[in-house]
Design a protein around this ligand. Structure first.
Ligand code: ATP
Ligand code: MG
Length: 313
């Protein structure tokens, strides 16, 4: 299902040590002052290696976009650190393909803006060639360059947004709910296109979504976020085959099953308020047998949830 995180023969000099492309450590984000202060990220830590796609999944309000904005520098974190070891830029694909494109600018100028600002092309011809190539790459005709966002469908506009990010040849793309606003069939098309681009360009992705099945399709590893806490992290396979945290289990159980004959035996209903779980008491626990699979909880919870199956009670 997931392609391998290839880190990789093509860039031997860089990251030859144990350096991660992106390392987020104890990220805290609060807003407001005094009585009005709210903390929406509570010490989030994860890393992404070169060539890897990391899927960050969580429900609305869990803090996903806030993490993305901290990474690209739109937000100033209240605590923790973000270490980026790339040579090239980070680009973000935004959630809403309508509002993120200037309606008065031609598609070619929107896609080429980064090239123009950075004076990255020697001639107009080269510039137009690169824009045309990129449009084709995301499945749009070259002639789209002369048209305006309003003349495109939602799915096409999202392709424009993707082209605008990719043309800068970023090393890391933060894709924040980049397909959420699209119809299901269009979502599938754009996701398949992203999958193809991943394979071709080996760009590293942070793929942010509330939709676990999309995340599953695209990601090498998955992090599960709830109420500003990263609760579980592991390879896509581990997360789906051996989820430990009841919140993760709940998310997986909530994925609609295409075949109505198949039924889940235990429909897990997890509510934080009544679960008895206190996220602030948690710490990271390594799941036995699951490489890089870890759960944020107390020792007791970890035992109870079977994260350490071999251990005697
Ligand atoms: N600038 C801000 N000022 C105050 N609160 C904020 C600000 N930005 C985000 N928040 C709050 O932080 C929390 C997390 O927001 P965030 O946008 O990161 O969630 P999300 O997981 O991306 O949700 P969604 O899936 O709906 O996009 C929310 O409660 C939101 O209201
Ligand atoms: Mg968001």
């Amino acid at each position: 299902m997931s392609h391998s995180g290839n880190k990789d023969a093509q860039s031997p000099a860089k990251n030859s040590g144990n350096e991660h492309l992106l390392k987020v450590t104890d990220l805290v984000q609060s807003f407001g002052q005094g009585k009005n202060k709210v903390t929406v990220l509570h010490g989030v830590s994860f890393h992404i290696d070169q060539g890897e796609t990391y899927g960050l999944v969580g429900e609305s309000g869990s803090g996903k976009s806030t993490i993305g904005k901290c990474i690209i520098g739109l937000n100033t974190p209240s605590g923790g650190s973000i270490e980026y070891n790339g040579d090239k830029s980070i680009q973000m694909i935004f959630q809403d393909p309508m509002s993120s494109l200037n309606p008065r600018r031609k598609i070619g100028d929107i896609v080429g803006m980064g090239l123009d600002i950075g004076k990255k092309c020697a001639s107009k011809q080269e510039r137009n060639e690169r824009i045309g190539e990129m449009l084709e790459k995301v499945g749009l005709p070259r002639e789209s360059a002369e048209r305006y966002p309003g003349q495109f469908s939602g799915g096409q506009r999202q392709r424009v947004g993707i082209a605008r990010a990719l043309i800068m040849e970023p090393e890391l793309i933060v894709a924040d709910e980049c397909i959420a606003a699209l119809d299901a069939s269009v979502q599938a098309q754009v996701v398949m296109m992203l999958k193809k681009l991943q394979a071709e360009t080996r760009t590293t992705f942070l793929f942010i979504s509330h939709d676990l099945s999309m995340v599953r399709y695209l990601s090498d590893r998955i992090g599960v976020l709830h109420l500003g806490y990263l609760l579980e992290e592991g390879s896509t396979e581990e997360i789906f085959l051996n989820p430990i945290h009841p919140y993760t289990k709940n998310l997986i159980a909530a994925i609609p099953v295409p075949n109505p004959v198949v039924q889940y035996k235990n429909e897990i209903r997890y509510e934080y308020g009544t679960s008895g779980v206190l996220y602030e008491d948690g710490s990271w626990h390594q799941v036995q047998g699951g490489k890089d699979h870890r759960v944020f909880c107390t020792d007791r919870e970890f035992k109870k949830w079977g994260g350490n199956a071999d251990e005697e009670e």
